[in-house]
Design a protein around this ligand. Sequence first.
Ligand SMILES: [Ca+2]
Ligand SMILES: [Ca+2]
Length: 456
Amino acid sequence: MDDLSRLKADFSYSWAWFGLWDDPENWKTSMGNDTNSWRWSATGETSRTGYQTTWFSGQPNYAYQNKACVEMSYTGRWDDVSCEGTKGFVCYNVSENNKKNYFHIPTSKTWQSAQQHCREHFTDLAMIENEAENTEAFTATLGTGWYWIGLYRNPWTWSDRSQSSFRNRHPSFKLSNGQHCFAENTDHEWVPNSCGAKLPFICHQGLPLSYCSQPPPRQYHYVPTEMNWTEARQFCREKYTDLATFDSMEDLSRLKADFSYSRAWIGLWDDPENWKTSMGNDTNSWRWSATGETSRTGYQNWHPGEPNDGNSKETCVIMLNDGLWANLLCVWTRGFICYNENNKKNYFHIPTKKKWQSAQQHCRENFTDLAMIENEAENTEAINATPGTGWYWIGLYRNPWHWSDRSQSSFRNWHPTYKDHYYYGQRHCVIESTDHEWIPHDCGNKLPFICHQGDY
Ligand SMILES: [Ca+2]
Ligand SMILES: [Ca+2]
């Protein structure tokens, strides 16, 4: 209520959105894995197998007030209903050979009382993880009524994934099918509404308290099994968090292999998918100097065979004399094309030969930036601004390398030979030496590797 007392709108409104909702994605079509997904009473967790029987027509629909509980119908199909109703139920035991046995209890009880009864006399309310078990559970019943099983869910989650259980319902709070988002009135009382309705809304700034305590540092694990980079990543993701990410020399100082090795994979790579075949939208994709962002239109005009690996990381782009593009080492000196933007882009050829970065600086001081080109017409205008007899820098570039776990860490510890982006060729994955210095390497080689566990 403290939070609600701090709310103050500076315009008049009758209803406003806030972050509570019951995303149907997590329970309508699948056995999801979110806080508002279906769970089994015996484990308190979402389904391990993902099994769900055919639901009764139009179900699950969640059109009541509180926790949702599941009943098995006279045909064996499932329906979600209010947990407060009373009916017979199905308990289960697990036998020595790990087989579930189901027992029908005809006494009418609420879901929670049924759960208590099953927990006292059996393992729990029926857990059903495949079609055969559903048939057995159904066979245990009389097949003439409705019977509780152990499936339930706690509806509603916060958009920012906070765990807050605080609720302030409007006195006449009532759910209707299809109302999955919450609005508050001027008394800050909450009612469900159809998410598509247009309303003003309340945002919040600041992290939940749980974010304030620093999580424990990443744990590193050397794995002696030799795998290629992709296999190693798969292994790390299954057993730990991901292939190793590093933020600092301190991270490196914590590395300790318990077997001898000469080179090991780490999580740094330069996935060619993001820059070889398209303009891409990843951290290592092509970007325009003027925006620092990947292309808004996706327009590209690469020369056949470009962009390529060359013998190095060619991360700057030139326009050839026919208007086609090629990637090139940024340290070459070339003339270049700047542009100004006033409603329409105007292109200017500067014949002075400069490295890409100096060309960028010149354009930024005298024009808008190095040429940004977002469609065919602009490309024609840019090449027409030049004599068309040489190669000219344009504003396209990229930052190679990113972390497998998508961490933003810019920490690098390259082996001295590889600092300047030479001698890379088709080596898109990174190994570390026993001195923890980094070297680009062919992703297909089989090597030991380092996984990490934890986010920091
Ligand atoms: Ca229902
Ligand atoms: Ca090239």
